[in-house]
Design a binder for this molecule. Structure first.
Ligand SMILES: [Ca+2]
Ligand SMILES: [Ca+2]
Length: 190
């Protein structure tokens, strides 16, 4: 009797297992570490090796014509109409300013320009406040002609159902001394 019950349960277990495995598959398809070729869903494909981090998408600076000013990610239909939790590492190169005349900001918008996230505080614990660190400083990364330290802010927000494009934008006062990049972007159904 017991054997029959188990046999009857087997298909149900298989379906349950399938559902269990299928659910996170969407999220797995939307995780980007930028270590290999950048998927076409991204508007930019330039990457940079950041010392002590890994390969990142970027760098970006909206005041410097040598670099792109934003990165957008097309979500398409993968979200299946559900809200998604979006997590990412915001890599700040140089000494970003939280206040004063040199204050910087970072925003994430949908494709229609609606704000999804705004970052105005950059609690970066730099050992040296000089934005133009000397060559050879441990941990410094070369961007353009300068070597600069970086810090990483882990950020997250909820992407409303139906949004099909995410736009990441920085607004720095520095043209050669402040850059941003993205790493470990991950979208999960929540
Ligand atoms: Ca990476
Ligand atoms: Ca600044």
């Amino acid at each position: 009797m017991r054997r029959i019950c188990l046999k009857a349960l087997a298909p149900l277990l298989a379906v349950g297992l399938f559902i269990g495995l299928a659910a996170p598959a969407v999220a797995e398809n939307m995780a980007y570490d930028f270590e290999a070729e950048i998927p076409e869903a991204w508007s930019e494909d330039a990457t940079h090796q950041v010392t002590g981090q890994s390969q990142v998408l970027g760098p970006f600076n909206q005041r410097n014509d040598d670099y792109p000013n934003k990165a957008s990610l097309r979500i398409g239909k993968e979200s299946q109409g559900r809200p998604l939790k979006v997590e990412f590492d915001l890599v700040l190169l140089g000494n970003w300013d939280s206040q004063g005349s040199k204050a910087d900001s970072f925003t994430v918008e949908d494709g229609d320009g609606n704000e999804l996230l705004k970052v105005e505080q950059f609690p970066c614990d730099l050992t040296d406040k000089d934005e133009n660190l000397p060559e050879g400083t441990p941990g410094a990364t070369k961007v353009g002609k300068r070597y600069m330290r970086h810090c990483v802010l882990h950020k997250s927000f909820v992407l409303p159902a139906g949004v099909e494009e995410i736009v990441f934008k920085g607004k720095t006062t520095g043209r050669r001394s402040e850059f941003w990049a993205l790493d470990n972007v991950r979208l999960t159904a929540g």
